[in-house]
Design a protein around this ligand. Structure first.
Ligand code: AMP
Ligand code: GLY
Length: 424
């Protein structure tokens, strides 16, 4: 099959590596991909948001299947457009992708169908929002309605921060139209769990659980980032929590989307918080998480392409989806200063024997060498019998990789390991 993957980060590299293990003879094209993927696929310089360019490429190159991995093209209707020209896709239509691209749509869906989430109010005028936060109790959480590069959520500790946030989202419009409407919600507490799932519109099959580490610095300090590392499985996702999530969150969400005439096909990501009142949805994403994918897919034992095709064809209930009972850890190596300000263009050295463990993200090619080209440069994943060994091995591997200004957190997996120790 001639298969196209839309996106160009570590997540897409993880998808590509796993798809290359699928049965059959396949040719892979990544739009745009990145220089670190170029040995495993043909990378084509067409941006993930250039829907016209993607559609034209698919037509000219007789693409037979497309995996749309990134949020923007999904929200922009990439799947709808490719379907129109007869290219089947892994990923939701724009209407189904609204579960991520509109927080207001997601919150209203959960309210309508009784899916547990934080209490909230929606505001479409700054005046009403200012009035509300004057009388509110703190902390509270302010979210821009639309996509905002993962930066559209602010935890306001007091009325001054709340007022500033409303001003920047709704009046200065720092995220453009994405912030013209906002959600203000209750602050929840508890460990976070990410659960990615395969969906075919009717059936939902959860993957192994994982834990992201979103803050830039050790001890969950510093700025929010795209994610500095992940581990799987997540020890806070106990069998009891899993059962409750399946009954009260996963199945009801997929049913709700079907009833709303927006059947969800592709990967539905549940961002959950395990509160003292049980698991609640913090957010939905309409795609694989990054860097969750870099620990989840290495644990998948079944054929990824077969599963993806089953989500497209509606045959997921007849398809094997099996995960190993090992553990995985991904340590992200970033450019010093990320996510605020950083330099690029430094040569990256990766020993040959650990190349298979590396998922490239912000990299480019310069004079035949791989150089840094972004904030999150690459992720190093290892799989082991237990989490402690996986964490140790990922750090050992990461220390063998070098580029100038390399920065990584030193405590990926620490919270999970403490939780495992407490269980003993
Ligand atoms: P989101 O983009 O919705 O995942 O939010 C980013 C991060 O903000 C989450 O991973 C949580 O750590 C935090 N967050 C979002 N909503 C809440 C909430 N209602 N209560 C506490 N923390 C939250
Ligand atoms: N790692 C969080 C996300 O992909 O949204």
């Amino acid at each position: 099959m001639r298969i196209m993957i839309i996106g160009g980060g570590g997540r897409e590299h993880a998808i590509l590596k796993k798809l290359r293990q699928s049965k059959g003879n396949h040719e892979f094209f990544c739009l745009p991909g990145n220089a670190g993927m170029a040995e495993e696929a043909t990378c084509v310089n067409i941006g993930a948001k250039d829907i016209d360019g993607i559609v034209a490429f698919a037509k000219e190159n007789r693409i037979e299947y497309a995996v749309v991995a990134q949020d923007d093209p999904l929200a922009l209707g990439c799947v709808d457009r490719l379907n129109e020209i007869g290219v089947p896709c892994f990923g939701p239509t724009a209407k189904a992708a609204e579960i991520e691209s509109s927080k207001i749509f997601a919150k209203n869906l959960m309210k309508k169908y009784g899916i547990p989430t934080a209490e909230y109010e929606v505001f479409d005028s700054p005046k009403k929002a200012y009035d509300y936060v004057k009388k509110a109790s703190y902390p509270l959480v302010i979210k821009a309605d639309g996509l905002a590069l993962g930066k559209g959520v602010v935890i306001a500790e007091n009325a001054i921060v709340a007022k500033d946030t409303i001003g920047s989202f709704m009046e200065t419009m720092v995220f453009g139209q994405s912030g013209s409407r906002i959600v203000i919600e209750e602050f929840l507490e508890g460990p976070e769990v990410s659960v990615l799932s395969f969906c075919d519109g009717n059936t939902v099959v959860p993957m192994v659980s994982s834990m992201d580490h979103k803050r830039a610095k050790d001890g969950d300090k510093g700025n929010n980032t795209g994610g500095m590392g992940t581990i799987a499985p997540n020890p806070f996702y106990t069998p009891e929590v899993q059962k409750e999530c399946e009954e009260k969150i996963f199945k009801p969400t997929v049913e709700a989307m079907k009833k709303e005439g927006r059947p969800f096909r592709g990967c539905l990501y549940f961002g959950l918080m395990i509160t003292k009142d049980g698991p609640k949805v913090i957010e939905y994403n309409c795609r694989f998480g990054d860097p969750e994918t870099q620990v989840v897919l290495p644990l998948l034992e079944s054929d990824l392409l077969e599963i993806m095709l089953a989500t497209t064809n509606g045959t997921l209930d007849k398809t094997e989806v099996k995960f190993s009972d090992k553990s995985a850890c991904c340590v992200v190596m970033a450019s010093k200063g990320y996510p605020v300000k950083y330099e690029k263009g430094f040569t990256i050295f990766v020993p040959e024997d650990i190349k298979d463990n590396v998922y490239f993200a912000g990299v480019a090619s310069s004079c035949g060498e791989l150089v840094t080209n972004g904030g999150r440069v690459l992720g190093v994943t290892t799989v082991a019998d237990d989490l402690r060994s996986a964490v140790k091995k990922s750090y050992e591997y990461a220390k063998r990789i070098s580029f100038r200004n390399a920065y990584m957190r030193t405590d990926i997996g620490a919270r999970a390991l403490n939780a495992l120790d407490d269980k003993k």
